[in-house]
Design a protein around this ligand. Structure first.
Ligand SMILES: NC(=O)c1ccc[n+]([C@@H]2O[C@H](COP(=O)([O-])OP(=O)(O)OC[C@H]3O[C@@H](n4cnc5c(N)ncnc54)[C@H](OP(=O)(O)O)[C@@H]3O)[C@@H](O)[C@H]2O)c1
Length: 323
């Protein structure tokens, strides 16, 4: 099969190659998926640079997320799953079979049914960001009738956080850096969208709610002061990204608002919680509550450029089209 892969970490253009490798067979409890679309996330390029070191066993086909249909099942997996349209998640976690290839094999639970109305492109964009958004929102309980702030509401995680929070019955405010992203956050369903670069952003968010149940935080280092100004004893600030230097924790200010913080890293979330998150995202999909961001497409043989586009912070979701 054709696969984009790397054998050592390094710069995308230097280490990612399109190669022919033997098509994998599903082991016990696994399914094989004929992929149509591979979704690219920041974690994929970070792993490929070696910034988040993971052992490579011979080669690594990158990308956790993808969508296609099941064309082979391993021992113990019902044959009724053959032909099922699915979205796969965490395909490359501790395994060489990422989704930048014509086929992948994953444990059967990591191939979640894709409802008839959902495109392969949408399916390929869900895994890492939607599961992360679910964990950030719901690890501390339901949100019906509660208020949620999503910082970076036009990012991939932010987008699904807005949609899942709305679907879960919350009122949602989002922050963005400009009008094009504001439009995306509004389209996702945010009740209030604020440009965090403009003066008065925090005051506007305060007028929207004095009782945020969650602040889903993409940039704790930049936003900690704002979050402290918006948090109260009912607020859980949930940080899921660490792109800047670590913030200094102002302990008295945190005590003053009885701050609760949660940190989320998908790789460390327990399996039952991941499977529950996938099931919830599936239900939201079936309710048409989950939509695509603008899609930026690359062919499989331009995998390196696709990863560079994600690294440069392109607006929307980058995908590979699989031949
Ligand atoms: N912990 C986990 O398991 C996990 C899972 C998924 C992703 N992540 C990490 O989370 C980060 C985002 O991932 P993603 O796929 O959502 O990336 P993305 O699609 O590029 O979105 C990131 C968004 O954050 C916004 N942003 C940056 N600084 C901001 C600030 N101070 N306030 C508000 N928004 C801000 C960016 O827009 P502007 O710069 O225009 O504001 C951008 O829209 C990455 O670092 C990724 O590695 C972690």
């Amino acid at each position: 099969m054709k696969a984009a892969l790397y054998r050592t970490t390094g710069d995308a253009a230097e280490v990612i190659r399109l190669e022919d490798v033997e098509r994998p067979e599903p082991g016990a409890g696994e399914v094989r998926v004929r992929l149509h679309v591979s979704g690219v996330n920041p974690t994929d390029w970070k792993a490929r640079t070696g910034a988040t070191p993971r052992p490579i066993q011979g080669f690594q086909i990158p990308h956790h997320d993808g969508a296609g249909e099941i064309d082979a099942v391993g021992e113990g997996v019902p044959e009724e799953r053959l032909g099922e349209r699915v979205w796969v998640w965490l395909a490359a976690a501790g395994r060489p079979w990422g989704t930048a290839a014509q086929w992948t094999v994953v444990p059967a639970a990591q191939a979640t049914p894709l409802p008839a109305g959902a495109s392969y492109e949408l399916g390929a964009c869900l895994g890492v960001p939607a599961l992360t958004a679910h964990r950030c929102l719901f690890a501390d309980g339901p949100l019906s009738g509660r208020d949620v702030l999503v910082t970076g509401g036009a990012g991939a995680v932010g987008h699904f956080a807005i949609e899942l929070a709305r679907w879960g019955g919350a009122r949602v405010a989002a922050t963005v850096s400009g009008e094009a992203k504001a439009e995306l956050a509004r389209r996702a369903g945010a009740d209030l969208v604020v440009n965090y670069r403009e003066p008065g952003a925090q005051a506007e968010l305060r007028r929207f709610s004095s009782r945020f149940a969650r602040i889903v935080e993409v940039n704790l280092a930049a936003n900690l002061q704002m979050d402290l100004g918006l948090a109260g004893p009912d607020t859980v600030v949930v940080a899921y990204a660490a792109d800047l230097e670590d913030p200094v924790l102002p302990v008295r200010a945190c005590m003053s608002v009885n701050l609760v913080m949660r940190f989320v890293l998908l790789y460390g979330v327990a399996r039952p919680a991941l499977e529950e998150a996938a099931a919830v995202v599936h239900r939201a999909l079936a309710d048409n509550a989950v939509t695509e961001l603008p899609i930026v497409r690359f062919p499989l043989d331009r995998c390196a450029e696709a990863q560079e586009a994600v690294r440069s912070g392109v607006t929307g979701k980058v995908v590979l089209e699989i031949p």
